[in-house]
Design a protein around this ligand. Structure first.
Ligand SMILES: C[S@@+](CC[C@H](N)C(=O)[O-])C[C@H]1O[C@@H](n2cnc3c(N)ncnc32)[C@H](O)[C@@H]1O
Length: 216
């Protein structure tokens, strides 16, 4: 199956029309991201953002971790499910992004519940003693297995990892080698998680694929 067959513009529009509307601040953030970043396709966007928001509201997490802040879109979606005394930690290796997302965090009213870190997520996970109830995994695809192995011990029982891009534009479905490195990494990650008895997993075909992984 090719990239073109996998994406479906009409389906995307239908999903947008029949999901909760995108909050105005997030629409502004997304528009500015598209204007200022050539890599703007990395942003979660309307429908995936509503999915993250509703998952956060259902799970009522005390501590959320986002790996890969980018312009802060998903951070603010996830923050919608936080109760007053709870927090979200978000980390990105790119120090230039803070100037972009900080004004949005301030305007959102969630700023005092957001801990935004600059650094490498692997180094952070190796050192932290924090535990998490919900993790949005959305950074370097080649490191997904490493993130996962460091995350599982830090997840509370019943805690959830949402791993983004696990269908990789449908390329993981190509059965015949050679696969490019990124596709191979996500292919291996999907298999790795499916075979791990510590977790339950369902790979959802939303947008670019999101794996919903729950620690037993
Ligand atoms: C797909 S974007 C994140 C999008 C964002 N979560 C959203 O939904 O709007 C991936 C981000 O991961 C960051 N990143 C890549 N490798 C990283 C690493 N090792 N540690 C932390 N962040 C990393 C990149 O700088 C980039 O901003």
């Amino acid at each position: 199956m090719g990239e073109r067959d996998f994406q479906n513009e009409w389906l995307d529009q239908y999903l947008e029309l029949n999901s909760s509307p995108e909050p105005a601040l997030l629409k502004k953030l997304r528009t500015q991201t598209v204007e200022e970043f050539s890599q703007h396709h990395m942003i979660s966007g309307h429908v995936q953002g509503r999915f993250l928001s509703i998952m956060s509201k259902i799970l009522k997490p005390e501590h959320i971790l986002e790996i890969g802040t980018f312009t802060g879109y998903a951070t603010l979606c996830l923050a919608e499910g936080l109760r007053k005394d709870c927090k979200i930690t978000t980390i990105d290796i790119n120090s230039d992004l803070k100037n972009f997302y900080q004004p949005y965090f301030t305007e959102s009213g969630y700023d005092n519940q957001i801990e935004s870190l600059i650094g490498d997520a692997i180094q952070y996970l190796e050192k932290t003693e924090e535990t998490f109830d919900l993790v949005f995994l959305d950074a370097n695809k080649k490191q997904y297995i490493d993130y996962f192995e460091l995350l599982v011990p830090r997840l509370n029982p019943g805690g959830v990892i949402l791993a983004d891009n696990t269908l990789w534009k449908g390329k993981v479905l190509e059965e015949i080698a050679p696969k490019d490195k990124m596709t191979k990494a996500l292919f291996d990650f999907n298999q790795h998680v499916a075979q791990d008895s510590r977790v339950d997993v369902i790979l959802l075909p939303l947008r670019d694929g999101i794996s919903l992984i729950r620690k037993k």
